[in-house]
Design a protein around this ligand. Structure first.
Ligand code: AOF
Ligand code: ZN
Length: 389
């Protein structure tokens, strides 16, 4: 490459992004959130095509349920000829590989898009910079960012699955005004009101899988589906940790397998008769290593789920599961919902003996959201070293 060309290409690389770019990327991030929980093992990506001279939004796209078509392909299909000369915003670098669908970068090149703004580089080794290089090689101007933190957060499950062999892990805790969790006696007991519970169901809709311990099933017999009107189809895979495969085949969640599957994670030496009984009841049993205490090792559990394609895991309790994931460094985000009143009846601490301060007063976590849901306080703490979207 001549000196002039190489300087010109560097200038293109470092072109500043504008306020309009930030607004369009924010829209792409919001669109990408629509696919959370629906695309695994693929990431959910958002894409927007904009006419740069008028600022008009030509089309929008996000990754389809099941992971394909990809976001850019959806946006390009909608834009048709209008994509010529336009700018495409994508939360993730457009792909460069032939998978079950052709590479998005080829579609972008063919469409006549003039400029691409992407959120984060795709950590998938089949892509990892090759999409950007391919676009540039065809004379398309490519700029990184803005909103990289938000775009990274959106694809964090994908990133962690590929780089750390585990999903992005959210821990949800609902506590009463004094920071205690009520204990169920065969049915759930609520520390928080209806609005917070509806929001919690949205978390389920955005998760690939939801996980509880066997103890929670015994105490609450929960359904773990998403019960927001019209959103049952977004219910995550339900995962129960049961080292001895002792989950009752009468558990309520085994009664509605058409809504979402139930995966039971057991120790390698779990009694075969129990496994056969659960499989007859429709559960899918899988195995993970146990720690010296005989309990399932949360790292092995996370790895088993990542190997099955899970990118976003919502952990809903109870205290020993919460404590084991926290102690293993496997809580990326804690969603703490605090009720306005104290509950009467049996209570426990959310992590066994420690209280919420192990998250709320922990310098490794940062308060990223604080709002009210009805009378309840809804706070989100994110690991400081993770994307802050
Ligand atoms: C994009 N846009 O919307 C998504 C992308 O199995 P395939 O062929 O669908 O490829 C999956 C990979 O594609 C996945 O690991 C990730 O690198 C990328 N996902 N890329 O351009 C999208 N979901
Ligand atoms: Zn693609």
């Amino acid at each position: 490459m001549s000196g002039l060309n190489s300087r010109a290409s560097e200038a293109r690389r470092s072109l500043p992004v504008s306020q309009a770019d930030a607004a369009n990327m924010a829209l792409a991030v919001a669109l990408g959130k629509r696919g959370l929980g629906q695309c695994w093992p693929n990431p959910s990506v958002g894409a927007v095509i904009v006419d740069p001279s008028s600022g008009r939004i030509i089309s929008c796209g996000w990754t389809s349920p099941g992971g394909r078509p990809h976001a850019e392909a959806n946006a390009l299909a909608d834009a048709g000829e209008a994509a010529r000369g336009a700018t495409l915003y994508a939360t993730l670098e457009p792909c460069a590989h032939w998978g079950k669908t052709p590479p998005c970068s080829d579609g972008i090149i063919a469409s006549g898009i003039a400029r691409v703004v992407y959120g984060v580089v795709d950590p998938d080794p089949r892509v990892a910079g090759k999409g950007i290089a391919r676009l540039r090689a065809h004379g398309i101007e490519v700029a990184a960012g803005p909103m990289t933190a938000e775009a990274r957060w959106l694809a964090l499950g994908h990133e962690l699955r590929l780089t750390a062999n585990r999903p992005f892990i959210q821990l949800k805790l609902a506590v009463d005004a004094a920071g205690f969790v009520p204990v169920g006696d065969g049915a759930p007991v609520w520390a928080t009101g209806g609005e917070a519970r509806a929001r919690a169901h949205l978390l389920r809709a955005e998760a690939d899988a939801i996980l509880v311990g066997h103890g929670t099933v015994t105490a609450d017999d929960p359904d773990l589906t998403c019960r927001l009107p019209g959103l049952a189809w977004r219910s995550p895979v339900r995962v129960v940790l049961s080292s001895n495969a002792e989950l009752s085949s009468k558990a309520r969640m085994l009664g509605n397998l058409e809504t979402a599957p139930v995966w039971v994670i057991c120790a390698v030496d779990a009694p075969k008769a129990n496994i056969a009984r659960l499989e007859t009841a429709g559960a899918i049993c899988m195995f993970a290593a146990t720690g010296p205490d005989g309990r399932l090792d949360p790292r092995a559990v996370a790895r088993a789920l990542a190997e099955r394609g899970i990118t976003r895991l919502l952990v809903e309790g109870g205290p020993s599961v919460a404590a084991s994931f926290f102690t293993a460094g496997l809580v990326d985000e804690a969603v703490i919902v605090t009720g306005g009143e104290r509950v009467t009846g049996p209570i426990i601490r959310p992590f066994g003996s420690p209280g919420l301060e192990i998250i709320t007063a922990n310098p490794q976590y940062r308060l990223s959201t604080e709002r009210f849901a009805g009378a309840d306080r809804w706070t989100v703490y994110r690991r400081a070293d993770m994307g802050q979207g």
